[in-house]
Design a protein around this ligand. Structure first.
Ligand code: R1P
Ligand code: URA
Length: 237
């Protein structure tokens, strides 16, 4: 047990899907996993373990933002033996061609987060995914025909910026595809623990075009994102 997780040793599979939203975690477990059982309820950060096509798979809720995700991911890696992590999240498009329902696979994640503090001394770390997971996901996405984009993204500590959308103009000008609030933290922690990670997010709004998916419609449209993460996990196991 940890301060945030009541699961026992062995309760999590080596492969874990990470969702910001506990209701998404519950839906993933109920919809995609066989024999899913709940292994954590502390703070409502629901965690489940079951299997997908015979492979043990867990789902863990990470909450919103890098500080929250870092707690759950650190404990999964340090205490529970997780080795392969997929963020299955939502993001806001920063380019006009990144439409709602498109998948964004992050090949590098810039951040404005203060969470790393002085960890890297004079350096700025360059958070990136595992190359094997990235290329496997790219191939699975191409085969399935799902609309997707692969490129650099940003992870922000702030959802409502005082500067509004202006905050994102330099990112848009440098070709970044989308913004979320966790991917760079996931990549940094996976690097620290020598684990493998990939972030696949679905566009639920576009910061510049104003397109958005109503919250009530969201769960069902996530199916292609979860299928891509699970197909990638099976392909690399
Ligand atoms: O839908 P999730 O996975 O929570 O991801 C996105 O949604 C939240 C903001 O609404 C942030 O956590 C952001 O990263
Ligand atoms: O972090 C996020 C997620 C969705 N949309 C945004 O604009 N930001």
């Amino acid at each position: 047990m940890t301060p945030h997780n009541e699961a026992a040793a062995g309760d999590y599979a080596p492969t874990v899907l990470l969702s910001g939203d506990p209701l998404r975690s519950e839906w993933i477990a109920e919809t995609f996993l066989e024999d899913a059982r709940c292994v954590n309820r502390i703070r409502g950060a629901l965690g489940y373990t079951g299997s997908y096509q015979g492979m043990p798979v867990s789902v863990q809720t990470t909450g919103i933002g890098i500080p929250s995700l870092s707690i759950y991911v650190h404990e999964l890696l340090e205490t529970y033996g997780a080795r392969v992590l997929f963020r299955v999240g939502t993001c806001g498009g920063l380019q006009d061609h990144v439409r709602i329902r498109d998948l964004v696979i992050s090949q590098a994640a810039a951040t404005d987060s203060g969470a790393e503090g002085e960890s890297f001394g004079a350096y700025r770390f360059a958070p990136a995914p595992d190359l094997g997971l990235l290329s496997a996901a790219a191939e699975e996405a191409r085969k399935s025909g799902v609309r997707h984009h692969i490129g650099s993204t940003a992870s922000s500590d702030v959802f409502y910026h005082s500067a509004g959308d202006e905050r994102y103009r330099p990112l848009r000008a440098h070709g970044l595809l989308a913004v979320d609030m966790e991917t760079s933290g996931l990549y940094t922690l996976a690097s620290r623990f020598g684990a493998r990670a990939l972030s696949i997010c679905m566009g639920v709004d576009n910061v510049f075009t104003g397109e958005s998916i109503a919250e009530a419609e969201r769960q069902a449209v996530f199916r292609p994102m979860i299928e891509l993460a699970l197909a990638t996990a099976c392909g690399v196991s």
